[in-house]
Each structure stands twice: as structure tokens, then as C-alpha cells.
Design a protein around this ligand. Structure first.
Ligand code: ATP
Ligand code: FE2
Length: 322
């Protein structure tokens, strides 16, 4: 069983030792006014935790006694949210005598993506609220070839959404808007990118009275093009033959379309997992906990902890055949 609680989502999933997703249940915090306050996340997660776990077990047709490993998201993420998942996981592990495995959250996005798409050694475009990274495996571990120098693409979208009165998360609504093209700042530096200038200018244009649809459409086009450009550069430099899209923003049809065109032109295979497995979820944590356990990475319960700043490239991790 895996428990996810890095940010807005409290999730629990049950995965078989062979990687079949038996259940994947979540409850995500929503805010009518936008924004995410850490203590509100913690309150949300504590309120829904037991019910989400109960449902995940029920859907999987199993009892907690039959679960063999309890995994949880150790980081990176928002401290107060992470603590709830870690606390619940540790309690279950202690109470039922199960091994406990703390999982790196971005690694879990990558591993479940590889598993369900049958991708072997991809360049990964990880685009979520808090993260925008281009990742690949270097033979010893996953390394970050390029990333946002300021905010994640999803957070930039959500801030724009908040300005025009959309509830959090705004991504899906913004993604559906169509307008006329206007010029906005496009910032790619090698394989790194930056969204803060783009966001500031988009907010300025909206406040100056330009048509919301035009600003939103152009903002999304620029943000997605920047992201696909760095992915293309990573593919060119690494010579790898697959691009794997993960993270909540990978649900965007327009981002997929742009990635598809680039991959077709380069003769690279595009791999996109189903939406319920690209967003934050418990099943990805369960699967990565299984892999971790296989390579001998269970926690010593007394020393288990959260790591709010933990990067994927700090984890020594082989490229596991799945
Ligand atoms: P992480 O902790 O990995 O940074 P996260 O907490 O941001 O993840 P995810 O569920 O991976 O959570 O991603 C959420 C983001 O995905 C939000 O910013 C949301 O606006 C965005 N999103 C969801 N659906 C779409 C869509 N169809 N188009 C664009 N963005 C989307
Ligand atoms: Fe995530």
C-alpha cells in the first residue's frame, strides 16, 4: 500500500507485487479562492485519511493484514502535509507489523509512468504544480538535465487562474480556453526554464484590460512550447528514444499534442500514462515502495522522517527492469 500526501492530494493505493494497480483512491483539497495554506492541507488530509485508506483496501478487495509493505511519500513537499501521510503510514506499519518504506515523490511519478507505459530508459518530462524537470537515468541514478529556475508550470497556471477568479486547481479550465495570439516572454536557458517573467507579464496584461482568453491562450502556448523545447534538447543530447510525460500537467491535451508533434518529427516514442497515474496518487507510491523494498531500502521505523526538500537526483537508484 502507498500513501501520498506531499501537497493538495491525500491518496492511498494498493498495487500487487507484479505492479498491477488494484486500487487508487484520493481526495484532493480544493480552495474556492485559490491558494493552498499548509495548515489547511494538513487539516484536510487528517480529516480524509482513514476513509481514503479504507476505500483503497475495499476496492482492492484486501484487508490491511494482507498488505505486505506500507509506503509513504517522504518528500519533497509541504512539511505539514507530508507529516500527516508519514504519521498515518508509520502508525499502520507499527500497529500491523509491516515494513515501512519512505518514497521519493518525483521518483514515484517516473517509476509508475515507466511501468504502465512499458517505457525502458526514457527522457522524462515531469510537469506538475511544484515541479518542472527534465529527467533521465545516467546508469547510477536519475539526474535532472534541466528544470525551472523559479516556479513550476502548474503553479504558474494556478496563479493566473486565481487572478481571473477560477478555483484551484485552474489548469484544466485554462487548458480549454482559446484566444488570439499575443507576444509574451519566452525564457529557456539551455535546458533550464523560467516561468515567473511569463506569469508577471500575463498578469500585467490582464490587469491592463486585455482579453482574458487571449492572454490565457498565449500564456499556455508559450509555457508548453518552452517545456517541449527543453525536452527536445534533452532527447537530442542524450540520444534516448522515448519521452515519458508525468505530473498533473501531463493531463493537458494541448501539451500532449505539442509533445507528440516534436516526438514524431524526431522519431521518438511518446509515452503518456493514464490521467489517474500522472497526477499525485497513492498507487505510484505503492509501486515505488515495492521496488525500493526489493533493492533493500526499508526504513528503520524510529528513524523514519519526512524530507521536504528531497530531490530525485539525491537518490541512488538503479534502472530496474520492470
Ligand atoms: P508535485 O508535488 O509533483 O509538484 P502537484 O502537487 O503539483 O505535484 P499534480 O497532481 O502532479 O500535483 O499536478 C497538479 C497540477 O496539474 C495543477 O497545477 C493543475 O492545475 C495541473 N493540471 C491538472 N490538469 C490539467 C490540465 N488538463 N491541463 C493543465 N494543467 C493541469
Ligand atoms: Fe506530484
Amino acid at each position: 500500500m502507498g500513501i501520498e500526501s506531499t501537497a493538495h492530494t491525500f491518496g492511498a493505493g494498493v498495487v500487487s507485487s507484479g505492479g498491477e494497480v488494484l486500487s487508487n483512491v484520493w481526495d484532493s483539497y480544493r480552495s474556492p479562492t485559490g491558494g493552498m495554506k499548509p495548515h489547511e492541507l494538513a487539516e484536510h488530509h487528517s480529516r480524509v485519511a482513514i476513509e481514503v485508506i479504507r476505500e483503497a483496501l475495499e476496492e482492492a478487495g484486501t484487508g490491511i493484514e494482507d498488505v505486505s509493505i506500507v509506503g509513504y511519500s517522504r518528500g519533497p513537499g509541504i512539511g505539514q502535509a507530508l507529516l500527516v501521510g508519514a504519521f498515518v503510514a508509520r502508525s499502520l506499519a507499527l500497529r500491523y507489523g509491516k515494513p515501512l518504506v519512505g518514497v521519493n515523490h518525483p521518483l514515484a511519478h517516473v517509476e509508475i509512468g515507466r511501468k504502465v507505459t512499458g517505457s525502458r530508459d526514457p527522457v522524462v518530462l515531469y510537469v506538475s504544480g511544484g515541479n518542472t524537470q527534465v529527467i533521465t537515468h545516467n546508469g547510477r541514478r536519475y539526474v535532472v538535465l534541466g528544470e525551472t529556475l523559479d516556479i513550476g508550470l502548474g503553479n504558474a497556471q494556478d496563479k493566473l487562474g486565481r487572478e481571473i477568479g477560477l478555483a484551484f486547481p485552474a489548469g484544466p479550465k485554462l487548458d480549454g480556453m482559446r484566444g488570439r495570439w499575443i507576444e509574451l516572454p519566452y525564457t529557456v536557458k539551455g535546458m533550464d526554464l523560467s516561468f515567473s517573467g511569463l506569469l508577471t507579464e500575463a498578469l500585467r496584461r490582464i490587469r491592463a484590460g486585455e482579453r482574458i482568453e487571449d492572454v490565457v491562450w498565449s500564456f499556455m502556448e508559450v509555457a508548453f512550447s518552452m517545456t517541449v523545447e527543453v525536452a527536445e534538447r534533452a532527447l537530442a543530447l542524450s540520444g534516448k528514444g522515448e519521452l515519458l510525460l508525468v505530473g498533473g500537467v501531463a493531463a493537458s491535451p494541448r501539451l500532449r499534442e505539442k509533445a507528440e508533434i516534436m516526438c514524431r518529427e524526431r522519431g521518438v516514442e511518446l509515452k503518456v500514462p493514464p490521467v489517474e497515474l500522472v497526477r499525485d496518487n497513492g498507487a505510484m507510491i505503492a509501486w515505488t515502495a515495492i521496488l525500493s523494498y526489493r533493492i533493500g531500502r526499508a526504513d528503520v521505523i524510529d528513524e523514519s522522517s519526512i524530507r521536504p526538500q528531497w530531490r530525485i537526483d539525491e537518490v541512488e537508484w538503479p534502472l530496474i527492469e520492470v
